[in-house]
Design a binder for this molecule. Structure first.
Ligand code: GDP
Length: 191
């Protein structure tokens, strides 16, 4: 499959009713605010500026849909981790992601985790949300900031946190580390 030549923005959905038709296949991208999710999406889709980086943390509560290939979508979920309390955050999130979870076209979830920070409780909540049959793939982002020993430790720790629920890899949008591997995982889910 040639990579994503005709990627285009579809819609910013504020409510489930605005989601595109549930046909084909789609993969969601999630992560704490500032984890590097937008940068990862831009690197993987090979489109600079597709997802907007460095927004005011936690302000957007929209689910952005992009079409990578005909009937093949990338779903950009709001960043989490900055709301005043877990309750407030869940109120904003829950209806949108509950609706997303029911879609037959949703095949997998990428979770972007700052490699220096490691997997947090909020990330684990998402693994549970995905639960089988949805596959989870963790991108340990900003890997350019880790040395070799730290990279090995981050990967091992991620594997332990995932506990069989998914896979993990090192990633750096800045240095292009792991972009091909992430694209391969995405394409496999979308095929
Ligand atoms: P988002 O909030 O998860 O969408 O994160 P962004 O993609 O906006 O990135 C948050 C911050 O991390 C920005 O200052 C980016 O420049 C930085 N960043 C993102 N990816 C990388 C990376 O691969 N390496 C480094 N060193 N910094 C990165």
């Amino acid at each position: 499959m040639s990579r994503f030549n005709d990627v285009r923005f579809l819609i910013s959905a504020a409510a489930p009713a605005q989601f595109p038709a549930d046909v084909g296949a789609e993969v969601a991208f999630a992560g704490r605010s500032n984890a590097g999710k937008s940068s990862a999406i831009n690197a993987i889709a090979q489109r600079h500026g597709l997802a907007h980086t460095s927004k005011t943390p936690g302000r957007t509560r929209l689910v952005n849909f992009f079409e990578l290939l005909p009937s093949r979508r990338l779903v950009d979920l709001p960043g989490y981790g900055y709301a005043k309390g877990p309750a407030a955050e869940r109120l904003a999130w829950q209806p949108l992601i509950d609706a997303l979870r029911t879609r037959a076209s949703l095949k997998g979830l990428f979770v972007i985790v700052d490699a220096r920070r490691g997997i947090t409780q909020a990330d684990v909540g998402l693994f549970d949300w995905a639960a089988p049959p949805l596959a989870v793939h963790v991108l340990l982002s900003k890997a350019d900031k880790l040395n070799r020993a730290e990279s090995t430790a981050a990967l091992r720790e991620a594997g332990q946190c995932l506990a069989g629920r998914g896979t993990a890899q090192l990633f750096s949008a800045l240095r292009g580390i792991g972009v091909k591997e992430a694209q391969d995982a995405l394409v496999a889910w979308l095929s």
